[in-house]
Design a protein around this ligand. Structure first.
Ligand code: NA7
Length: 541
């Protein structure tokens, strides 16, 4: 490894590390690699930094984590100088933040933008990754660090006739940079996950008419987003160190955690009082700062599910529409719980109609709209809020080949196999930031990302100290980790519903619970223990 990072590593054909992606993960990886004195190059498909927040520019796009923790903690100066305007930051503000970070720490110089990595092949004789870009360059690197995001492979469903639609259409995860003007238009939106639920109220406020095509009714909790007054900002900045430390060891990386009480052990009155009080606070805390049995016990979860269903009935004026919007048949939060700003209220507007696809399925997209079994809904524009090939998709769409030409995609046919969600047997020196098998999407992403990058850099430092050039998890460690991830998920209610957590939204994808659900703090401790034992579970050569 080179002792000193090259100041202008952009020109190098051989570096210590290649990073893929310029979101939170790629930026922090580039920062840390430079700190370690490792030469590196980084590639990003977009024209600038931002990752998720570069691509997801749809109206209403917002983080569901509170702004003061949806940010980096590695620099106290950064924490103190940046001021968030609201509780839940919106896409433009997060993008500005990441642009600020890139500028402040001079991180852009590591990146080639508008450059897509299409393949990475491990060369066993040189212990080097050969990383190929669509632009025709090949770079050799000792380490391959993927910072490709968990929700970056957009999924446009293969509905017959999609190409026949004559109006403009968009996927929320690949939104154009220029403003999309919905005024005077009849707009259709397919999908009522987090993205749809954020976008629908805003589009409804602009469009002549909005038709919402709903396949599975979703639970949603009010975000109660609001501007942050200066005194609150000052208080947060004063206490930020303690807040961050709490997040690091909490269940979902957030500044709150499950209560010690159980929903099944308190009286009906107490439970109702608590649900109501938390509902007024808004945010994920309603669920994940609530009773500790909600995600484990169906009867406990039923109380929470019933509470939200009652709220929907009380909000939506038309009883038929309310009935169609009611999520039934699965426990709340087992599909990713959205936060909303007036989602259910939107269905009280005269210019919004709801199509229940369980009653009248889509048959085809036609030139002028969407045809269901009940007839054609004429549309000028169509929005796909149809989600992503989560966690594995961003990795398997790159042709990654490890020892003996083993393809990652082939290895993961029956579901991803990783050790700690950070490495995979057969792929030496490939480190995945928030890969499948790590907590990742089950909480606050920047908390997960910083922990992973720090841990990966710790492992690389260990290798330098030991004078070894390659690290790879053992088959035993990987097998045990996979079994542990599955066992933890099976103890919860999560596997009871088809969701992207299980890959169930992608035709043909194996049904495997993808993230580690044992909690951010527990996972952090496990990773620390592995490191303390000389990176137990890895073989070095
Ligand atoms: P999600 O949560 O995967 O939601 C996708 C939505 O699109 C969901 O309502 C799906 O219904 C619906 N969908 C998908 N394919 C179809 C077809 N073919 N026909 C009709 N409806 C369809 O994606 P989001 O972008 O909202 O959120 C992803 C994450 O990004 C989010 O959770 C945050 O972590 C950030 P289904 O439920 O499958 O019946």
């Amino acid at each position: 490894m080179s002792a000193v990072a090259n100041d202008d590593s952009r020109a190098l054909a051989e570096v210590d590390a290649v990073v893929i992606g310029a979101g939170f993960a790629g930026l922090y990886a580039a920062y840390k690699l430079r700190e370690l004195g490792l030469s590196h190059r980084a590639f990003e498909q977009g024209s600038d930094v931002g990752g998720t927040w570069y691509w997801n520019r749809y109206p209403g796009a917002s983080s569901d984590s509170e702004s003061w923790v949806y940010s980096f903690s590695f620099s106290e100066e950064l924490e103190q100088e940046w001021t968030w305007s609201s509780r839940f930051p919106r896409q433009p503000e997060i993008l500005s933040y990441l642009q600020h970070v890139a500028g402040r720490f001079d991180l852009r110089k590591a990146f080639d933008f508008n450059t897509q990595v299409v393949a990475a092949t491990y060369d066993e004789t040189s212990n080097r990754w050969q990383v190929q870009t669509a632009q025709g360059e090949t770079v050799a690197a000792s380490f391959l660090i993927t910072a490709v995001g968990c929700l970056s492979a957009a999924q446009v469903p293969n509905i017959p006739g999609r190409e026949d639609f004559t109006g403009p259409w968009y996927h929320t995860g690949q939104w154009p940079h220029e403003q999309v003007d919905f005024r005077g238009k009849h707009v259709g939106i397919i999908g009522t996950g987090s993205s749809g639920i954020q976008a629908i109220p805003i589009i409804a406020g602009e469009a002549e008419h909005l038709t919402v095509f709903q396949r599975t009714p979703n639970f949603s909790v009010p975000s109660r987003n609001a501007p942050l007054p200066p005194e609150r900002v000052a208080e947060l900045k004063k206490n930020i160190k303690a807040i961050r430390e709490f997040c690091r060891w909490s269940t979902i990386g957030q500044p709150y955690d499950f209560k010690p009480d159980e929903a099944l052990k308190v009286s009906d009155e107490e439970r109702q009082r608590q649900f109501e009080a938390d509902w007024e606070k808004g945010g994920f805390e309603w669920m994940f700062g609530s009773y500790s049995d909600l995600v484990f016990d169906k009867a406990a979860n039923d109380y929470a599910s019933d509470f939200v269903r009652d709220k929907i009935r009380a909000t939506v004026k038309n009883p038929d529409t309310a009935e169609k919007l009611l999520p039934t048949g699965y426990p709340i939060a087992t599909k990713r719980l959205p936060l909303d700003s007036g989602y259910f209220e939107t269905f009280n507007r005269d210019n919004v109609s709801l199509v229940d696809l369980r009653e009248t399925p889509i048959e085809a997209i036609v030139d002028k709209g969407v045809r269901t079994s009940a007839g054609t809904h004429e549309l000028d524009m169509l929005v796909f809020a149809t989600g992503f090939d989560a966690l594995t998709g961003p990795l398997t769409r790159i042709d990654i080949r490890g020892r003996g030409g083993l393809s990652l995609k082939d290895k993961w046919t029956e579901g991803p196999r990783t050790y700690l969600g950070v490495a995979s047997e057969g792929f030496p020196n490939m480190f995945m930031i928030t890969g499948p098998g790590s907590p990742s999407v089950l909480g606050n992403m920047p908390t997960s990302i910083e922990q992973h990058v720090d841990w990966i850099c710790g492992c690389i430092t260990h290798m330098q100290q030991q004078g070894v050039s390659a690290a790879e998890p053992t088959s035993k460690a990987e097998g045990e980790w996979g079994a542990h991830v599955k066992e933890l998920a099976d103890d919860t209610l999560f596997p009871q519903v088809d969701s992207w957590y299980l890959g169930a939204n992608i035709p043909g994808k194996s049904r495997v619970f993808l993230p580690y659900i044992g909690g951010f703090g527990t996972y952090r401790q496990l990773c620390n223990d592995v490191a303390e034992k000389g990176y137990e579970g890895f073989r070095f050569f």
